[in-house]
Design a protein around this ligand. Structure first.
Ligand SMILES: *Cc1c(COP(=O)(O)O)cnc(C)c1O
Length: 384
């Protein structure tokens, strides 16, 4: 056996020993349920926040309205060659008009957007200030940008202010990078304060990842920036289609110049096959309807409140103010055990362990969807 295989085997064994080995779960889906080893379980690990991905009637309505030109399963090329189908331009126009921005640009995924935008726009005179807990795709974007970056303590807006004050005059531009709702803790950036800070300096840019808020927050479901009335202050507003929008892909809402520049410089846009027209049509079909899903957003909100208060009653210290609700157990073993207990009780949840979260903060991560009823939550609480 060669050295590499030997080393990989040893490392995997070590991960297994710590309870941190990752495997690909084998599950089948049945609407809002998942069928696994433990039987039929309510899916509490999905990002289908509005319950649209499991809505068969919605899919049928979409399929029935399709023309042959829309029914293409591949774009067969990068957008810069022959892959730029009208389905993409129409989706971008829709997004720009919904956000009231000059333009929008679609990427193949949130990962592509976040890994590609910062490397494209940063230069030697840029400083990035990023929240300590931003998503791996943003961290990869920061790394690829090879730009000086300071990570501020999670949601510590005072530290962020100090960093801006100390550094803004020394750089041509300072880019603040944060998520609106954070993936692992389910807590939120203090957007109004960050926006106030941004308005004080003319070389400050805001990059906001709304992956978990797109579809879920705001009167029309555009995200936290809509909720706080500050869309116009966000220079790069990234949303993803793989979560509440029940599709695949991502976008950035931005200025004309920014879009033109990204088309020229963002390698994750240029050197990859464009999304299939069929998929882009479906995304547009859903995005058009997002403003109308107020009842689903309200149901989700109500489910969240019920679960937060119940967890508080049970003595759990829960940082969440959203539909992403972690139950932090500390070590990986107890997270694994709690997840197993919940699965046996009929709830599909998974443990989240290092390196996804810092050591000592292993957890069971619940993500609620609009399909979860008050009865489901009552039963979940009884199993806890
Ligand atoms: C899911 C997620 C992404 C990645 O989006 P994909 O479309 O799944 O690649 C990016 N940022 C955050 C905060 C996310 O939660």
């Amino acid at each position: 056996m060669n050295g590499l295989t030997e080393r990989m085997r040893r490392e995997l064994e070590a991960l297994r020993g710590e309870g941190n080995e990752r495997t690909l779960p084998r599950v089948t889906h049945e609407g809002r349920y998942v069928i696994g080893e433990e039987g039929r379980m309510l899916n509490l690990s999905s990002n289908d926040y509005l319950g649209l991905a499991s809505d068969i009637r919605l899919q049928e309505e979409f399929l029935n309205g399709l023309t042959p030109a829309d029914r293409l399963f591949s774009s067969s090329s990068s957008r810069l060659l022959t892959g730029n189908f009208s389905a993409c331009a129409e989706l971008e126009e829709l997004l720009a008009s919904m956000y009231g921005t000059e333009s929008a640009l679609v990427f193949s995924s949130g990962y592509h957007a976040n890994a590609g935008i910062l490397p494209a726009i940063c230069d030697g005179e840029t400083l990035i200030l990023a929240d300590k807990l931003v998503h791996a795709s943003l961290i990869d974007g920061i790394r690829l940008s090879r730009t000086r970056c300071v990570r501020y303590r999670h949601n510590d807006t005072d530290q962020l202010k100090r960093l801006v004050e100390e550094n803004h005059a020394r750089y041509r531009q300072v880019i603040i990078v944060t998520e609106s709702i954070f993936s692992m803790d389910g807590d939120e950036a203090e957007l109004p304060e960050i926006v106030t800070l941004k308005r004080k300096y003319d070389n400050l840019l805001l990059y906001l990842d709304e992956a978990h808020a797109f579809g879920v927050r705001g009167e029309r479901g555009l995200g936290c920036a809509e909720q706080w009335g500050c869309v116009a202050d966000i220079d790069l507003l990234v949303g993803t289609f793989g979560k509440a929008a029940a599709s695949q892909g991502a976008f950035v809402a931005c200025s004309h110049v920014m879009r033109d520049y990204l088309v020229n410089k963002a390698r994750t846009l240029i050197f990859t096959t464009a999304l299939p027209p069929l998929n882009l049509r479906w995304t547009r079909f859903v995005v058009e309807r997002l403003p109308g899903y107020r009842r689903r957003r309200k149901r989700l909100d109500d489910a969240c409140s019920t679960l937060w208060y119940a967890l508080e009653d049970k003595g759990y210290d829960c940082p969440s103010s959203s539909h992403i609700i972690p139950i932090i157990t500390g070590d990986s073993e107890s997270a694994i055990r709690l997840a197993e207990r919940l699965r046996r009780g009929g709830f599909y949840v998974l443990p989240v362990r290092p390196p996804t979260v810092p050591a000592g903060t292993s957890r069971v991560r619940i993500s609620l969807t609009a399909d979860v009823t008050q009865e489901d939550i009552a039963r979940l609480i009884s199993v806890l």
